[in-house]
Design a protein around this ligand. Structure first.
Ligand SMILES: Cc1cc2nc3c(=O)[nH]c(=O)nc-3n(C[C@H](O)[C@H](O)[C@H](O)COP(=O)(O)OP(=O)(O)OC[C@H]3O[C@@H](n4cnc5c(N)ncnc54)[C@H](O)[C@@H]3O)c2cc1C
Length: 397
């Protein structure tokens, strides 16, 4: 027997779920709304284990949901941070070609930036790179002045606080176990009870496929978890990096490559790599879950990824196990960096959706079915875009 009836229930208190709930409450102040989260606090997974970068929108295919929501989410996020005194810094970044072979790909990124309406991005030659980042080696770079850094856990905590002030309800440490359609409503069963809702929005990150499969039989996307591990630069070597330094990414791979990020609360991170994880929320190399591995290895698309990216994947595993290999990747951008300059940092796990054919889904994937919306793929830059995604979903539902 259900205990309460809501207008909306949102599953997941990461940045996407919190933004959806916040935007719904702003739009419909009288609505009765509940967030259900399995952890004891907000941002315990991707939203609290990321690089902390405010992306500019330069990389994304013009017209894609990523491009649209990153560009509109960028300004909304900055306005939100200003209004609520959240630490952020628009410090700009360099995307650096380290050999002439990379300049064509660099030019493609530049063209995308122009097509996405970014102003002020400009090419730097080797000398100009040194003026901005004296220790960075590159033959050519793009300077992206819009890129910044922010405290995403503070954004999440603030969103929850305002949502509560607006009258929204939340229940933590309450995993959702089942979702059933009951006439025109939806019955949500958790570890502690049952709730009826007129509309449901699922924003379950690393478990988005499993939660979607409660109502989507024959779900055609599977989450393949990729761990991203970081090192931190020792304090005395942080002078080697002034802002953010990124490589030219492999265009066939949905990750940006190991980079240097100055963090908003101090320090410089190097990473993340992208290693297949044997547990969806396992932050260490040997963390293992039989169920999560079964979900990965039984998915036909996974084996197609192995065939396509096997060599890249092995390189990532090698870099994960060998600090000297990781250092070597970083030395391409900043040759002075030595193994001893790096100390182990944190890790995050990316929820990357993959279809049966082995296509790693690049764009955000938001599936609407009657009174349910499933966010099935919200990888980077979904933290930057979160307030825009929330607005988009609240207007769709
Ligand atoms: C290593 C790394 C670096 C990144 N860097 C950046 C960056 O610099 N800039 C950027 O814009 N983006 C970045 N991203 C991407 C960004 O962090 C994510 O896209 C974004 O946080 C996704 O938010 P989310 O709310 O969808 O997922 P999450 O933050 O993972 O939240 C999902 C929530 O759902 C909950 N949940 C799952 N199943 C259930 C259930 N059954 N019942 C109840 N609750 C459930 C989980 O506990 C979790 O709290 C990065 C990601 C990673 C992993």
């Amino acid at each position: 027997m259900y205990t309460s009836h809501y207008d909306y229930i949102v599953i997941g208190a990461g940045l996407v779920g919190l933004s959806v709930a916040y935007q719904l409450k702003l739009k419909q102040p009288d609505c009765k709304i509940l967030i259900l989260e399995k952890e004891d606090n907000v941002a315990k997974h991707q939203s609290g284990h990321n690089s902390g970068v405010i992306h500019s929108g330069i990389y994304y295919k013009p017209g894609s949901l990523k491009a649209q929501n990153c560009i509109s989410g960028y300004q909304t996020l900055i306005d939100f941070a200003q209004e609520h005194n959240i630490a952020y810094d628009i410090c700009g970044k360099l995307i650096v070609a380290v050999s002439p072979k990379e300049t064509a790909a660099l030019n493609n990124i530049y063209q995308r930036g122009v097509a996405n309406g970014l102003t002020g991005i400009k090419y730097l030659n080797a000398e100009q790179i040194k003026e901005r980042e004296p220790h960075c080696a590159g033959v050519e770079a793009i300077h992206v002045p819009q890129t910044g850094i922010i405290d995403y856990p503070a954004v999440a905590t603030t969103l929850l606080k305002i949502y509560h002030q607006l009258g929204g309800e939340s229940r933590f440490s309450e995993p959702v176990l089942k979702v059933t359609n009951v006439k025109d409503t939806v019955l949500v069963t958790t570890s502690s009870g049952q709730y009826l809702t007129n509309k449901l929005i699922t924003c379950a990150g690393l478990f988005s496929d499993r939660v979607a499969s409660y109502t989507e039989k024959g779900n055609d996307l599977r989450i393949i978890p990729f761990r991203g591990e970081y090192y931190e630069l020792k304090k005395e070597k942080q002078y080697l990096v002034k802002h953010l330094i990124y490589p030219v990414p492999d265009p066939s791979f949905p990750f940006l490559g190991v980079h240097f990020t100055r963090m908003v609360n101090g320090g410089v991170e190097a990473g993340p790599n992208a290693v297949l994880a044997f547990k969806r929320e396992g932050y260490k190399f040997f963390d293992f879950s039989g169920k999560d591995c079964w979900d990965t290895f039984s998915w036909p698309g996974f084996w197609k990824i192995v065939a396509k990216y096997g060599k890249t994947g092995m390189g990532e595993i090698y870099r994960s196990l060998s600090k000297s290999a990781f250092t070597k990747a970083l030395q391409a951008l900043v040759p002075e960096i030595q193994e001893d300059d790096l100390v182990p940092g944190g890790a995050g796990i990316r929820a990357q959706a993959c279809d049966r054919k082995g296509i790693l889904i690049d764009d955000f994937n938001i599936l609407k079915r009657n009174n349910i919306v499933h966010v099935r793929n919200a990888p980077s830059p979904a933290a930057t875009s979160s307030l825009a995604i929330g607005k988009y979903i609240s207007s769709q539902i």
